[in-house]
Design a protein around this ligand. Structure first.
Ligand code: NAG
Ligand code: NAG
Length: 443
């Protein structure tokens, strides 16, 4: 038994040793191979020096995008930046191995293109926990290089149509110093194949609506330089602006029109309404330019704001016109004397109107009549909804009936008010239709 068992046991025990041995052999052989490859390698000289330019195939996969800043006119994105090129000096043949993936140290020992972003501002490679980077060498000498980068690049924007604009942010990739005679950059394929976007890419304020990639060349002092171009086309979400500027502005303008339906004698009410709406619009105006560079031209938002402000301001000015034509009651000497007596009575009798009347007394007689009218008018009542309807439609018959019920009633509805009730909303609506047609036409 023992005689048979011992060799068997020995064999079993030795198997891992044999495997370890062969594994170590593979490692050592590969190390030796790489060392021998790099022995005579000169990393200063590009592959195929003196012959055809080295072609660098590039593609990027975008993992996340944004923010896009109008103020700084730039944008940022995080991506896998991949490049591949042929370096025949690194060809090797090794049984059963076609590709080796190596760590970053090797990069210092081999030639690699000094790619940079022509319009880059502050790009960086991610280094946590170790540089996010790999290099892979295929047995035929093709080298794959992949890095994880955050690219921050300049994006000049024309803000005339802001916020209905559609900015297109470019990224230019080229070699720092090598001309097209030495290095030619090429996208790995069509736009879809070369610039991929990870699923579920979302930006707060923009939609990525299109990508356009191009193999290009730029002319410089040294000669032609190969440059890869990619344009990211965005579309801005309007929601933020509608909620924060357009809607409040519309409501404020509509509020300023309420003044046209208020009795022309209610000076404090109408002036207060006018001034309040002007101030509110001015406050909204402060937010209009938040986050925008101080461009000297008017953006679409500026134009809208100016339009709103003009209307609110015009309603206030309109009242000054109405007030100017406010009629005083017909001068009738006897009636006046009688009125004075009555006024004195009212002042004494109505405590709650007392203060008002005191103030009005100094204003003169005409005003005091109105106070009485107000008090007397309380006698005349229509049902609530019909009153509102008469009021909104500016029903003259209604007013006449009021006069008949109360012969002391003062001014009728001003003609200016009647005109404004139609002119202001209609012209504002018309201007707005034009505004939206012009700015939404081709966006
Ligand atoms: C290579 O792979 C083949 C088939 O998988 C195998 O028969 C052979 O032993 C391997 N050679 C080496 C050196 O590992
Ligand atoms: C760039 O050039 C390469 C090689 O000629 C080609 O395969 C690729 O489709 C081109 N890409 C674009 C976006 O033009």
């Amino acid at each position: 038994m023992d005689i048979i068992l011992y060799p068997a046991l020995l064999t079993i025990l030795c198997i891992p040793l044999v495997f370890a041995e062969t594994k170590n052999d593979t490692q050592e052989q590969l190390s030796e191979l790489l060392d021998s490859l790099l022995d005579k390698y000169d990393s200063k000289i590009r592959p195929g020096f003196g012959g055809e330019p080295t072609k660098i195939f590039t593609n990027i996969q975008i993992r996340s995008m944004g923010p896009i800043s109008e103020k700084k006119m730039d944008y940022s994105m995080q991506c896998y930046f991949r490049q591949s090129w042929m370096d025949t000096r690194l060809q090797f043949s090794f049984p059963n191995i076609t590709e080796v993936t190596l760590s970053q140290q090797i990069l210092k020992k081999i030639w690699s293109p000094n790619t940079y972003f022509l319009n880059g501002k502050k790009s960086r490679q991610h280094n946590i926990t170790l540089p996010n980077f790999f290099i892979r060498i295929r047995d035929d000498g093709r080298i794959y290089l992949s890095r994880r980068l955050t690219i921050e690049a300049r994006c000049p924007m024309q803000l005339q149509k802001y916020p209905m604009d559609a900015p297109a942010c470019p990224l230019f990739i080229g070699s720092y110093g090598f001309t097209a005679n030495d290095i030619v950059y090429e996208w790995t394929g069509t736009t879809d194949q070369s610039v991929k976007v990870s699923d579920g890419l979302k930006m707060a304020q923009f939609d990525l609506v299109g990508i356009q990639a191009r193999n290009g060349t730029h002319s410089t002092r040294e000669g032609k330089v190969s440059v890869l171009e990619v344009f990211f086309h965005y579309k801005r979400h309007l929601g933020y602006y509608v909620l924060n500027i357009y809607l409040p502005c519309y409501l404020t303008v509509a509020l300023s029109w309420v003044s046209f339906w208020i009795n022309r004698d209610a000076t404090p009410a109408r002036v207060l309404l006018g001034v309040t709406t002007v101030l509110s619009t001015a406050t909204i105006g402060i937010t209009v330019r938040v986050g925008l560079p101080q461009v000297s031209y008017a953006t679409a938002l500026d134009i809208f704001f100016i339009m709103c402000f003009f209307y609110v301001f015009a309603s206030l000015v309109q009242y000054s016109g109405v007030h100017f034509y406010t009629k005083l009651p017909a001068k009738d000497a006897k009636k006046d004397e009688k009125l004075e007596e009555e006024n004195a009575m009212v002042v004494k009798n109505n405590d709650q109107y007392g203060r008002e009347n005191d103030m009005l007394l100094s204003d003169g007689q005409g005003r005091m009549t109105n106070t009485i009218v107000d008090v007397e008018n309380q006698k005349y009542r229509d049902s609530c909804w019909t009153s509102v309807w008469y009021c909104l439609s500016g029903n003259v018959g209604h007013r006449i009936r009021r006069f008949q019920t109360d012969p002391l009633a003062g001014n009728s509805v001003s003609e200016i008010d009647k005109l404004s009730r139609i002119l202001f909303p209609l012209s504002f609506a018309f201007l707005n239709v034009i505004y939206w047609i012009v700015y939404l036409r081709d966006s």
